[in-house]
Ligand binder design. Structure first.
Ligand code: ZN
Length: 150
């Protein structure tokens, strides 16, 4: 199909094969277990946040489909070094993009390479796979322990 969807497939495959930050973190301060019953994806987010609310380290563990793992991998890369507030903003932008409320080409957002996931709109049943790691990140930020996305 389009260049955009070829790139989307390639990024998913690369991150699935070589996920970034697929590990627990030392001195973990925040974590949450996320579950997507629609697909069976289980992703746990691990974070170490400093006194100023800066995400010093973030990783993920668990198992899931290629999209859920690739999304978790890219999420960790993009929120590491950010504040909890900035991470929450990224979650909101990412979520709006995959459900079609934000046009990644339009600018005025902070998504960068995450814009590749705009392609998931074409596969509505996979949107929850793409957003699971993000919902779980917000759960970890809120320290609520576990989340199941409906
Ligand atoms: Zn999935």
């Amino acid at each position: 199909m389009s260049y955009q969807s070829d790139l989307y497939q390639q990024v998913i495959l690369d991150h699935n094969k070589n996920p970034k930050n697929f590990r627990e973190v030392e001195g973990e301060t925040h974590s949450c277990d996320g579950y997507n019953p629609l697909c069976g994806d289980k992703i746990k987010i691990h974070m170490r946040v400093d006194d100023r609310g800066l995400i010093e380290d973030v990783g993920f563990s668990g198992s899931g489909c290629a999209i859920s793992k690739a999304s978790a991998s890219m999420m960790t890369v993009n929120v590491k070094g950010k504040t909890l507030g900035e991470a929450r903003t990224l979650f909101e932008e990412f979520h709006k993009m995959v459900v079609g409320e934000l046009d990644a080409k339009g600018g005025g957002h902070h998504l960068g390479r995450l814009a590749i996931f705009e392609g998931v709109r074409e596969y509505p049943s996979r949107i929850k796979c793409a957003t699971l790691a993000w919902h779980t990140l917000v759960c970890a930020i809120d320290k609520t322990g576990e989340t199941t996305i409906e």
